[in-house]
Design a protein around this ligand. Structure first.
Ligand code: HEC
Length: 124
């Protein structure tokens, strides 16, 4: 192969996972204060719908009508307890995660959401 061809070929290879939507699995750096383990868990289980940024505008997120967590005041309308309950039991098109994840993992994911989308303190 000629040397000048290497760059376009590499670029094509690198963009394949992006086209397939696998980008959601590619963890960027976790938000400040979040653990890498929870960041990865979120990337594996939640980001396909909620997006790595919480906007919910991925293909699956749009199809299932996930909410935009970055909308001011969106997350603050819920207490941590409520977010934990919704994640555990499921809501609308989202399946419950009570069987698949431990309660510690669900609590960690809710804390992660707060770090991912910084908003004022949760409503009481
Ligand atoms: C199949 C797509 C999908 C996946 C995967 C998914 N969610 Fe959801 N999620 C949704 C939808 C749809 C809603 C409900 C939106 C509504 O109430 O109108 C929702 C709602 C929520 C809510 C309630 C707040 C809100 O946005 O309405 C929380 C909390 C939540 N999800 C957390 C998680 C966590 C944590 C994970 C990973 C363990 C996860 N979700 C995975 C689609 C998904």
């Amino acid at each position: 192969m000629r040397r000048w061809m290497i760059i376009p070929v590499l670029t094509a290879l690198l963009s394949v996972p992006t086209l397939a939507g696998a980008i959601e699995d590619k963890p960027k750096a976790p938000p400040a204060g979040a653990s890498t383990a929870t960041h990865r868990l979120y990337g594996r289980k939640c980001a396909s719908c909620h997006g790595l940024d919480g906007k919910g505008d991925t293909k699956r997120g749009i199809r299932t009508k996930a909410n935009d967590w970055t909308k001011p005041g969106f997350l603050t309308q819920f207490t941590d307890e409520k977010l934990i309950e919704l994640t555990t039991k499921g809501v609308k098109k989202m399946p419950g995660y009570g069987e698949k994840l431990s309660s510690e993992e669900i609590v960690a994911l809710v804390q992660y959401m707060r770090l991912l989308v910084p908003d004022p303190a949760p409503a009481k």
